[in-house]
Structures are given as structure tokens and as C-alpha cells.
Design a protein around this ligand. Sequence first.
Ligand code: ADP
Length: 193
Amino acid sequence: MIKIGITGGIGSGKSTVCRVFSLLGVAVYDSDSQARRLMESDREVVRRIETLFGEGVYRDGMLDRKALSGKIFGDSSLREKLNAIVHPAVEADFLRWAERQQGPYVLEEAAILFESGAWRRMDAVVTVTAPEAVRIRRACLRDRCDEAAVRARMAAQIDERERIARADYVIRNDGREPVIARILELHEIFSRL
Ligand code: ADP
């Protein structure tokens, strides 16, 4: 199965773009929500998280995300250890999932496609981009939070220029360029890979 990775900064519109691909019949794997699912349902992942953080991070089988974020906040080594548990589990789950899908290609949507190393297993990578002011406005409206909170989340991600430079294809979702036409164009290209 041909695998296309799709990424973009917060508020770039990658989830919106993925919804259009899915309307075209393309199967989309949402890494964020799948990672959250695996952190509660994959026994090996749960066991390793408990070993790392203590059994208190789960309550009635539910992960206490607030407690977990509190523990990794400002502790990059602990965050890396958590990533080393979750990222390979998502990778394995995505590959199993991809083989069960129909169609000429599948999409993996991941905000941290480059940071996690997931880009390495893709046949091509797409970056969805929009100017910073547009991304901030969209994220503020969507998440009902202020600019400082959005900027703090942006600061934890790689630089937009790097995300564009490392992509094979770019979708400009600035509200001006015809984004649907670009999606249809890429759909044609990916269908023939
Ligand atoms: P991301 O997944 O990259 O964080 P989303 O797809 O959730 O971004 O988009 C962020 C917000 O901006 C959403 O509320 C979405 O509806 C809106 N949005 C995305 N693209 C556009 C666009 N081209 N025009 C107007 N609003 C958009």
C-alpha cells in the first residue's frame, strides 16, 4: 500500500484537508487520536507507561492526561522516554491498519510527522501551510484560547520553513489559493504512484 504522510503546524488546516481526501474515498489514519487510543488500550503500552510514571497515571483504565503532562512538563528526558513507547506503537498500528485498507493509497495525518520519525516510512510527505497570523487566528477560534497559548504550542513544534523544505508536496491553505483544486491534483498524482 502506498503511504502518504500529511503534516502541518497547528491551525494550518491539515485536519480539514484530510476530511476532503476522505470524501474522495481515501482512508486517513489520525495519529493523534490513535496514539491516545493505544495509550489506553494496548496492554504493552499501558504496562510500560505505568512502569515509567507509576500506576497512579491510570484511573479506572483511563489515562490521567493532566497528571502525565505535569510529569513531562519541563522534563525532556521523560518526554523522550514516553515518545519511545508511544511512537513505535503508533507506527506498528499504522502499518497493520494500512494493509487492511482499500484504494490506491492511504494518508497518515500527524502534527509531528517529522519530529516522530514517521516520515521515514512514507512514500511521500505533504505539508499543509498557511501564514502564521492565519494559523493563530484559526487555532484561537477553534480552541477558544488566546494567542499566547497557541504560540506556546507552536514553539514546541518544528519551524514552518523546515516543514515546507522537507515536504515533497505543499498545500497552501491560506484562504486565497484554490485548495480543493490542489487536493484533486495531488489525489491524481498519489493515485498513480
Ligand atoms: P489543524 O488540524 O492543522 O490544526 P484544522 O484543520 O483543525 O487545523 O483547522 C483549524 C481551523 O481552521 C478549523 O476550525 C477549520 O475549520 C478552519 N479552517 C481550516 N482551513 C480553512 C480555510 N481554508 N478557510 C477557513 N477556515 C479554515
